[in-house]
Design a protein. Structure first.
Length: 295
């Protein structure tokens, strides 16, 4: 099974993934040889810190190995098609992780692979494994039973954020979450019947009632710089107007919207997201390459 979008992930998969992620976090020493002999290929046609390195670390911590070919030194330079490159790599690896700047490209390439493909971000479209680790973090830190009457606010570049798009498909399964978008978002893409759109300027008024604040940076590489830029900056004063139990999330990297002083705020959970990303990706790889019973 490929992982290309969060849209098509069954509830049963999410349950198994959540349980497995918790187990791996608690008993990671039991998994050190779980994927011994397996090989992951990381193919990144766009920059990355967390996603690429966490897949790499996840595979090593499960006892597997990683290929990270340098795209610039590959036969693409000799005019080989990217489709044939994927077909070739799928003869060597057991799983291929692909990030590409063009929307829909990873799904297209997956059709040429003989092994499972994981979408590590395709343009402004989707980033399913980020959404899975985000949901895991929310479930872990939100103190309300299954998001009962939980207010979730999204800020930043909602139009071009692939992490938000993938996350929306997941959280729409939790009907008690009340979602507020503090910015422009194409309404046709929102998979809910009920939601609230606020003006960016009114974010401070909403913070005292926000349980989960999910911020994103301006995706400058996907639009003309300045054109869609959002201006909201979370200062320490504003963060302290949020309830004590509230959590601040961000897929990272962040820019001006999230000053470093917030890193020490007890509500800040974005480095926990990074850590959960490792456990979640270990669980994703384990389910994909090892969970024979559920194939
Ligand atoms: C995000 C991405 O690449 O989509 N980062 C990530 O994978 N953690 C968010 C971003 O680039 O803004």
């Amino acid at each position: 099974m490929h992982i290309l979008s969060t849209k098509d992930l069954p509830d049963s998969y999410l349950d198994r993934l959540y349980g497995r992620t918790l187990d791996i976090e608690k008993y990671s020493y039991r998994y050190t040889d779980a994927l011994k002999g397996k090989v992951l290929a990381n193919l990144f046609f766009e920059e990355s810190t967390r996603t690429r390195i966490s897949f790499e670390t996840a595979m090593y911590r499960l006892g597997g190995q990683v290929l990270s070919p340098n795209i610039k030194d590959s036969s693409l330079v000799k005019g080989e098609s990217i489709e044939n490159m994927i077909k070739t790599i799928s003869q060597y690896a057991d799983v291929i992780v692909i990030r590409h700047p063009v929307e829909g490209m990873v799904s297209k390439l997956a059709k040429h692979s003989d092994v499972p493909v994981i979408n590590a971000g395709d343009g402004a479209n989707e980033h399913p494994t980020q959404a899975l680790l985000d949901l895991h973090t929310m479930l872990k830190f939100n103190q309300k039973e299954l998001f009962e009457r939980t207010n979730l606010m999204f800020t930043g570049d909602l139009l071009y954020s692939r992490t938000i798009r993938s996350l929306l498909y997941l959280i729409k399964r939790y009907t008690d979450i009340r979602v507020c978008f503090a910015n422009d978002i194409e309404e046709k893409n929102i998979p809910f019947s009920e939601y609230f759109i606020a003006d960016e300027k009114s974010i401070p008024e909403f913070l005292s009632a926000t349980d989960i604040l999910y911020m994103t940076r301006n995706q400058k590489e996907r639009h003309i710089e300045g054109k869609n830029d959002t201006k909201f900056i979370l200062t320490s004063e504003l963060a302290d107007t949020m309830p004590d139990h509230a959590i601040i999330m961000h897929p990272l990297p962040c820019n001006d919207e999230l000053p470093e002083e917030i890193n020490n705020n007890p509500r800040a959970k974005y480095f926990e997201q990074v850590k959960n990303g490792l456990w979640t990706r270990m669980a994703i790889l384990w389910l994909m390459l090892r969970d024979y019973d559920n194939k």
